[in-house]
Design a protein around this ligand. Structure first.
Ligand SMILES: [Mg+2]
Length: 180
């Protein structure tokens, strides 16, 4: 169990955590977006427990010219409408459109964590949990002193225990069940 209170922030990766990741491709339209199993049931209890919930997502498809920023905003507006309708909440979405791994906003680099902290100065990284499905997500969280939770949706072969992973949960629903 992870003991938290309303001073805690949840950082959520998107692809492979909230929605099915498309192998060797990208979600380029709403009809390609499929929620991962259990996510819509998990988000309402998480919304009750976490003071703040933000999404941090690398979206290289924009830098590649496969999707416009407006196209991404449209997908996110529809995603948020469903989540909100089900009683969940995501307070703000941060995305990195850049191709370059050295881009300061591209996870595992810290840019999106700093943007969130600038928007919500009360965010305390030591009272934050990063949930993601890649080692890049885990490094992003660990580098800022967050608790990390690995979801093995696309990389089930990664060993656990692992120095970058504090917990491993099958999906967001199982994660919501270990939050107290
Ligand atoms: Mg992901």
């Amino acid at each position: 169990m992870i003991q938290i209170d309303a001073s805690w922030t949840l950082f959520l990766d998107r692809d492979g955590v909230i929605n099915n990741e498309i192998k060797d491709g990208y979600v380029l339209s709403w009809d390609m977006f499929r929620f991962e199993e259990g996510v819509l049931a998990a988000l309402p209890p998480l919304a009750d427990k976490f003071g703040r919930i933000v999404m941090v997502t690398n979206q290289r498809c924009i830098g590649k010219g496969l999707l416009t920023e407006q196209g991404l905003h449209d997908i996110h507006a529809k995603m948020l409408a469903v989540i909100t309708d089900q009683g969940g909440r995501i307070d703000k979405i941060y995305y990195c459109p850049d191709l370059d791994n050295d881009s300061p906003c591209r996870k595992p680099n810290e840019g999106m964590a700093l943007q969130a902290k600038a928007d919500f100065p009360d965010i305390d990284f030591s009272r934050s949990i990063m949930v993601g499905n890649t080692l890049s997500d885990m490094k992003f969280g660990k580098d800022k002193g967050m608790t990390t939770v690995f979801i093995p949706s696309t990389k089930p072969e990664l060993a656990f225990p692992h120095p970058l992973m504090d917990y491993r949960c099958k999906g967001l629903l199982e994660f919501s069940e270990i939050i107290q």
